[in-house]
Design a protein around this ligand. Structure first.
Ligand code: GLN
Length: 465
């Protein structure tokens, strides 16, 4: 089959399902077909030849809309490609559309998008998770095999878990952040969704690695992630933290995650108990550091340089205020206010500086734990997909969704979520494996081995053929 006909099919499915799922903010029919024709006309090996990829709308794609799910960038077209995108393009992949997301990646449900929430294909009255909800839905609904998302505190793993697919957050510095619109720069990372871990491995191998355009990208050799999938985890150790398997998760989640531990053991892994004593401060620390950095990063949206500008601007300061007031939604404003507060002179030491110290302790916990095990297992999310509207008026309840995911971002270590069954209501449950720095290959092998032996065979009711 030609690449053009493959891409036609993907675009057709995206267009057919989008009215119901709202997972794409833009479907790039013309661009994608032009790229497909170009690839068809060339011969030669390309690692990802013709692979359709959906991309979160905070990753810059030249000439395409890049709205960050925000009114303030509703009409913004990126001037350049993110490094991850140029590497995908060079390998023959094709961006088929830009996906829905919580505004500026702030949220765990996709409900803070200025363009309406994406819906979970397992039950369209429920959220797909967030903030990379649209990318997760695009994969879970069978439109694409892989999608890019971004992570600051769980925004790939949590929606992967709620949608029944795989989602990887790599080590901080593994994938260039050049062209990823900044939320909290010391935590942000591009992440990858895949139907299978193999799909994730394929894409990671192409986009990982040092990039002179991002000084925080690391000069650490990129493994051959596919070759390192051996399908054996015999003798590998899985650490189970007492603190993170305690109370606070749904009964369904508990049952499936405990079963996943037994399944790993039946595949030859050894279980060890470990401790992460500072993990319980993860949420508090994250919501100080992430908001502090966001308040600074989002200062650039002032109606002068990018996107939306409020009318009636007889005076410059008034124009700034009005633009930001009308351009940002309530969650983004809440974060900017919180972040400005924790950085203000009277409170800096009590909040921001203290949070940095606790962050160092969270990281130290992981370093100690990885002397005892190869990966740490926890639930990805305390609950299955919740109803649209259920938590949208309660920011704290929403923030608590991130309880198992944020500490990997604080420490900078990689983590993956894979499906481990369905709840009694038929909704996916995810299990998370956190690895040591640069151990993406080990995580992908754990994940692949698991999903080969215990695949999630069910498909969601809303699914592309
Ligand atoms: N849900 C978290 C937040 O709202 C994580 C977001 C993310 O990882 N981008 O900040």
């Amino acid at each position: 089959m030609s690449v053009v006909s493959d891409i036609e099919k993907v675009l057709g499915n995206a267009e057919k399902l989008n009215p119901e799922l709202n997972s794409f903010l833009s479907i790039e029919r013309e661009n994608a077909l032009a790229r497909a024709a170009e690839i068809d006309s060339k011969t030669g090996e390309q690692k990802l030849r013709g692979l359709a990829v959906a991309v979160k709308d905070n990753i810059c794609t030249k000439g395409m809309r890049t709205s960050c799910g925000s009114r303030i960038l509703h009409n913004y077209r990126a001037q350049y490609d993110a490094t991850a995108i140029s590497r995908l393009n060079a390998a023959g992949a094709i961006v088929v559309g830009k996906t829905n997301m919580d505004e500026f990646a702030m949220g765990s449900s996709n409900e803070s998008s200025a363009f309406g929430p994406a819906k979970n294909p397992w039950d369209v009255t429920r959220v797909p998770g967030g903030s990379s909800g649209g990318s997760a839905v695009a994969v879970a609904s069978g439109v694409v095999r892989v999608a890019l998302g971004s992570e600051t505190g769980g925004s790939v793993r949590q929606p992967a878990s709620l949608c029944g697919i795989g989602g990887l957050k790599p080590t901080y510095g593994r994938i260039s952040r050049y062209g990823l619109v900044a939320f909290a720069s010391s935590l942000d990372s591009i992440g990858i969704f895949g139907k299978t871990s193999r799909d994730i491995a394929e894409v990671l191998g192409v986009i990982a690695g040092r990039d002179p355009l991002d000084s925080t990208s690391a000069d650490v050799p990129v493994s051959d992630y596919i070759a390192n999938i051996t399908n054996s985890i015999e003798g590998k150790t899985i650490g189970v933290p007492r603190e993170l398997l305690g109370d606070g998760m749904d009964a369904d989640v508990r049952e499936k995650v405990y079963a996943a531990i037994d399944n790993f053991v039946s595949l030859g892994a050894k279980r060890v108990d470990i401790e992460l004593p500072y993990a319980k401060y993860g949420i508090a620390v994250y919501y100080i550091i992430a908001t502090a950095e966001a308040s600074s990063n989002l200062a650039r949206y002032d109606g002068v340089r990018y996107g939306f500008r409020a009318d009636e601007s007889d005076e410059l300061r008034k124009m700034y205020f009005k633009t930001r007031e009308e351009g940002f939604g309530p969650e983004v404003k809440r974060r900017i206010m919180l972040g400005t507060y924790v950085l203000s002179s009277g409170y800096y030491d009590a909040y921001y500086s203290k949070a940095q110290k606790v962050r160092a302790l969270v990281k130290r916990d992981y370093v100690a734990a990885f002397t005892k095990c190869d990966a740490i297992l926890t639930p990805t999310s305390p609950s299955v997909a919740f109803k649209i509207g259920e938590k949208s008026d309660d920011p704290l309840a929403m923030y608590l969704n991130d309880i198992y995911t944020v500490s990997a971002n604080l420490a900078g270590v990689p983590a993956i979520s894979i499906p481990c069954g369905l709840s009694n209501d038929g909704l996916p449950v995810g299990v998370q494996l956190v690895g040591n720095f640069w151990s993406e290959d080990a995580l992908l092998n754990f994940a692949h081995t698991y999903e080969t032996a215990y695949p999630l065979n069910e498909k969601p009711p809303v699914y592309a053929d």
